[in-house]
Design a protein around this ligand. Sequence first.
Ligand code: ATR
Length: 270
Amino acid sequence: MDISGRTRVYAIIGSPVEHSLSPPMHNAGFAAEGIDAVYVAFRVEDVAGALAGIRALGLGGVSVTVPHKMAVMAGLDRIDEMARQVGAVNTIVAEEGELVGYNTDTAGAVAALSAHIEIRGRRFLIIGAGGAARAIGFGLWQRGADLTIANRSEEHGRALAHDLACRFVPLSQAAGVEADCIIQATSVGMYPGPDRSPVPAQLFRPGMVVMDIVYKPRRTRFLREAEGRGCRCIEGTLMLLEQAVEQFRLWTGRTPRQVMEAALRAALAR
Ligand code: ATR
């Protein structure tokens, strides 16, 4: 990598960020496209201070991760309509001196799912009602999906179902929902937590498309049980890749998906 006085800096802000897979993906993209830029990770607690720094230092763009996806919104100049509806920003683009917020989890989920299932008119069951479920729900809603939300907390689940004008069922009744596609959008099953699935395996039917947002481990218990019952499985790594590709497109207009995917696979293998 040839860093000069003209090299543009991009970054991820969050806490923790030390194990983020975004730096290898974006740096591989910059290298492949011959773009004079570098992407680094900043562990940030002070969001307002970080935004002032982004402006003062003239960063080209920033990824925003846990726990700052909502807090950054107050400090931006403009927010994309979809990110506003989702209520979270995971991407900042420096556009002519202004910091503009986007949410690429929505497009990332749609891209990952579109490769495996037609979205319009199909029945999607989303497990969870947190930030990830919200982003996925709005992406699918925009594409005309028939949505049902299942969540442990009725209050959170009903609030998201209200915003998406869709059905809610308690998590304990998820097995009774007829769906073409089930999306696991909670943190259940994530390393280093227990090897658990939030739903019983009886929920799965042969031919269903099933996606997990958890990507560590790559084969969660949820996906293993779905696969065992003949479902078509989409790993969380695909949504992770697609949301990053969409970020890269917002920053550069390019979509080097193959090199970003290779960098992601290499980083996961390490
Ligand atoms: P994120 O923004 O990353 O999606 P979040 O806002 O904390 O994270 O949301 C976490 C989601 O996982 C919620 O839907 C949460 O359910 P509650 O609304 O009932 O809290 C769900 N979740 C977390 N741990 C869970 C568990 N052990 N069983 C079932 N659902 C769980």
